[in-house]
Write a protein of this length. Sequence first.
Length: 112
Amino acid sequence: MDKIVDKIVGMGVPGLMFIVAMSMTGLSGAAAITAALALLGPGGMIGGVITLLAAGAISSALSEYGFDAIFRAVIRKLYAKGESKQTIKDKINKGPWSSKLKAKAIADLNSL
């Protein structure tokens, strides 16, 4: 069991996501792998693989820079690419974030 745990730890967050998805299928073997990948992302198995790759990249960035820094960088990049402050504020207000984080994001946007 230690060997399996070490391999999953090597995969990080995507490994955990994959194990959870496999356990939700109620299947075993290749059928569990196929069903788990299809469950993870839009577009079937290929979407699941892409979702796992994206989760790995995002979790790596979060661990290196922190959530707040990435959140603010995305807001700045949206503004730099030509979105108006109002459309960005609307997206922030519609998001599932805490009111504290929304206020910080809008304050950061207003300082641009």
